[in-house]
Structure formats: structure tokens, C-alpha cells
Design a protein around this ligand. Structure first.
Ligand code: G3P
Ligand code: MG
Length: 229
């Protein structure tokens, strides 16, 4: 089972910061996950919420702040809010990156950014996974850059969840540990998809998921699982 550093290793370092991603990589994850919004000056920035309030010392909506304004904030331990480009450059293919589209109107600039890395810098598209709860943006992204694998995120499972994922030509279905059952995993596999589960921090739960055949888990404490896996 693959271990994904959920927002890096936020059990130990501020989430979605370069420090957190570096720590997750040092702990040995094969994949890190991060969340992306577009800020007022157009750059894609790595932050979870639509507001900066919870994770920085500032206040306000990411979509209404320029990159300069965001860069003046402290995202914890003196870290800045990173741009997606900064994270891609810093990680530089040491691990794969699951980019979660969080904000509005991210699909197009994200496809442009990843195209730049794939076609100008010749990065293999397999370094990226793109996922979102916003299936319209996911579909848009996929039509712009079909070589990048996508994961359909579900907060709850709609009746036709398999059909939707197949129509989107998805690689994985990503969902909360609260919904994880053996039959569900078997059904996902039957459809040729992987099952990725968030957020798993307890070793006991991890063992249960492993027995069910889950393919990957997102965790805030990568080191807890990398030794035993
Ligand atoms: O992609 C898995 C997980 O990150 C989805 O939920 O709220 O942590 O972004 P959230
Ligand atoms: Mg996320």
C-alpha cells in the first residue's frame, strides 16, 4: 500500500509548506499531496482553505490577495505560502505529486503549468496525479491534458460513482476512510480503478485498510506507516 504525505507531513510541520513536503520526502513517501487555489494576481498557490485565516497569520480570501500579499504572510514556522511552481521545482521529481484542485478556475492554469513541465522540461506525466471534488474542473483539466492521471474525489458516494469515474477515464477513486468497506474496494478494482483513502493516521485503521486491498492512503504522519509497510 502506498503512503501519501497529505499536505506534506503536517503532523510535524506546517501543512502545505516546503518544510512539510521536504519532511515527508525525507520520511520516505513515494507521493505528496497538496491543495491548489488561484490568487488575485493569477499564480497558482498551495494552500488548503479558501481563506488564509486558519493556516497563516493573515486574514482574507486567497482569491482576493495578490502573490505579494500572500508572500508577506507566515504560514507557520516562518514558512511562506508556496506557489505550485515553487513546489514542483523544489521536489524536482524526487517523488510524485497529487495536485488537488481546490479553488475555482484552477483547471486551465494548472493544465498550462503542467504542460510547461511536461513539454518544455520533459517531465514524465506520471509524476503528476490531479484530483478534485469539483468534477467539472476535473473533466476540463482532463480534456486539456489527458496524459495526466486523474483521481475522482468523493465526499459522499453518488449512486453512479463508478460510471462517472469511468466516463472521466479516471485512474483512481479517492474518498474518506469513513466510507471504506471491503465490497466498495472490490467494486472499484473490478472497474479497473485504484482506491485511495484519506485521512489515515491510526496504525490499527491502516492495517484494516491494507487487508481490504486499499491501494494508497493519505496520512499526516507518514513515518508511522513507512516502517511497517
Ligand atoms: O485528496 C485527499 C484529501 O486531501 C481531500 O480532502 O480536505 O484534506 O483536501 P482535504
Ligand atoms: Mg487535499
Amino acid at each position: 500500500m502506498r503512503i501519501i504525505g497529505h499536505r506534506g507531513a503536517p503532523g510535524y510541520a506546517p501543512e502545505n509548506t516546503l518544510e512539510s513536503f521536504e519532511l515527508a520526502i525525507r520520511q520516505g513517501v513515494p507521493v505528496i499531496e497538496l491543495d491548489v487555489h488561484q490568487c488575485a494576481s493569477g499564480e497558482l498557490v498551495v494552500i488548503h482553505d479558501e481563506r488564509v485565516d486558519r493556516t497563516t497569520n493573515g486574514k482574507g480570501l486567497v482569491a482576493e490577495m495578490t502573490l505579494d500579499e500572500l508572500k508577506n504572510l507566515d504560514a507557520g514556522n516562518g514558512n511562506q505560502v508556496p506557489t505550485l511552481e515553487e513546489v514542483l521545482e523544489a521536489v524536482d521529481r524526487r517523488v510524485k505529486i497529487n495536485i488537488e484542485i481546490k479553488g475555482r478556475k484552477v483547471a486551465q492554469p494548472l493544465a498550462e503549468m503542467l504542460s510547461k513541465f511536461m513539454f518544455e522540461k520533459e517531465w514524465n506525466p506520471n509524476y503528476f496525479y490531479v484530483s478534485s471534488f469539483d468534477h467539472r474542473q476535473l473533466k476540463q483539466f482532463h480534456s486539456l491534458l489527458p496524459r495526466v492521471r486523474i483521481g475522482v474525489l468523493y465526499e459522499i458516494f453518488p449512486f453512479n460513482y463508478q460510471k462517472l469515474a469511468r466516463e472521466m477515464n479516471a485512474f483512481s477513486i479517492n474518498f474518506s476512510v469513513d466510507f471504506c468497506e471491503k465490497d466498495l474496494i472490490a467494486g472499484i478494482h473490478k472497474n479497473g480503478l485504484e482506491a485511495w483513502v484519506y485521512t489515515v493516521n491510526e496504525p490499527k485503521i491502516f492495517e484494516k485498510l491494507k487487508a481490504m486491498g486499499v491501494d494508497a492512503v493519505f496520512t499526516n504522519y507518514p513515518d508511522r506507516f513507512l516502517k511497517s509497510n
